[in-house]
Design a protein around this ligand. Sequence first.
Ligand code: NDP
Ligand code: 2IT
Length: 450
Amino acid sequence: MSYAHEILKNLQRSSPAQSEFYQAAEEVLASLGPELERDPRYLRHGIIERLIEPERQILFRVAWMDDAGGVHVNKGYRVQFNSALGPYKGGLRFHPAVTAGVIKFLGFEQIFKNALTGLPIGGAKGGADFDPKGRSDAEIMRFCQAFMTELHRHIGATVDVPAGDIGVGTREIGYLYGHYRRLSGRYEGTITGKGLDWGGSLGRKQATGYGCVYFAENMLNARNESLEGNTCLVSGAGNVAIYTIEKLYQLGAFPVTCSDSRGTIHDEHGIDLELLKQLKEEQRQPLSRYLEYHPKAEYTPAEDYPQGGHAVWRYSARAAFPCATQNELSGSDAEALLANGIACVSEGANMPSTREAVERFLEAGIAFGPGKAANAGGVATSQLEMQQNAGLTQWPLEKVDSHLRAIMADIFRRSSRTAAEFGQPSNLIMGANITGFRRVANAMIEQGLF
Ligand code: NDP
Ligand code: 2IT
């Protein structure tokens, strides 16, 4: 049995029923093989065994009261995965499908993503199996306060710095940060994605989506192509999807789809971005209401996709941006995209493409940007927010955006260069995994065993 196989088998035995975590670990281990052969220090120092075991996992009860006085209990998580490169850093996800395995997959990916940014941040993730849908503002606030009542003792500006993810946007960050301040008595950069008047960074809200499009443009430019004038597919209708669509328009591309958990919109005239922001960002409405304003757009309900995923990938386009959730793009979706002439896939979400889909894209040799590279602009800009908080200052938007552009270009350049070292210049999965791994692994070796 190979070394990687043995590690994965042990993982399944010691951490049962965490399929998303195995999937993420398997993908990373599969691409590290040649690097582990090249440098025997990694095996000697037990780097892989240490990397796949979180440094600390916090699991806690979150008890809160709804507006009618009913008591609810949710599971809260913070997985502090690796701190070799800096304070733990990563988002919080509030979604009913959250489990320990989901948080571990996200935390594991975050280690390599954060390493790729070149900035001093370790990897972590957290969240709760709480469903914010249909809850009043007061209920959301009480939940966030209950969650922070436990979390606050484990975080700090140089210890662990949470941020948003699915179900955690500016509103939730506000309630979380407010309660953190109340409990700790400190006004410091312990959470990122804050409001612009109370410590937030200009450009953080837009950063993941913008960064994901910058990454696609880097990949296409290296192939003497660009996004300009091209039809694009976007899934999701949340923070990442909205600002992916905004940047696509700014670069002269033409996004025609978006989706939420209930269905998909295809608008051949291009997605109405202002309407999308109004419906999803401001009013938290179902996407189907788009049809009230654009009756000629096409709407496909999620029920038509009982295995998960959505209709987005059935349309024809040159570039695709999966920006909703994990495993939302299957092997057959990848085949449909390829048959329709897709040239570029840039992952705004974390692990949105299944194993089978990734294999199809690599075989076809299209420009494929894996999430840990393509969506790293969000966490990178979070780190810029930490820098601003530490310096008690706020940078102009142009400065943040020029840093973001440079970071995305640098991630692309370094990942491509590493992939080329191993004779596979267009395999950015291998390139990103090995580039991120080297930085963390070397820091772990140099800092001694723990
Ligand atoms: P949001 O909560 O703002 O939006 C998520 C969107 O995806 C919503 O439209 C939601 O639909 C849809 N969605 C969520 N779960 C499902 C599901 N199971 N099936 C179908 N649709 C679903 O989250 P973000 O935009 O912040 O996050 C999207 C992805 O990007 C996630 O994978 C996240 O980990 C990743 N990411 C986010 C970063 C950030 O800075 N926010 C940074 C890097 C990666 P509905 O509206 O119905 O809930
Ligand atoms: O997946 C991610 O990178 C995020 N949700 C953002 C993390 C962060 O700390 O900004």
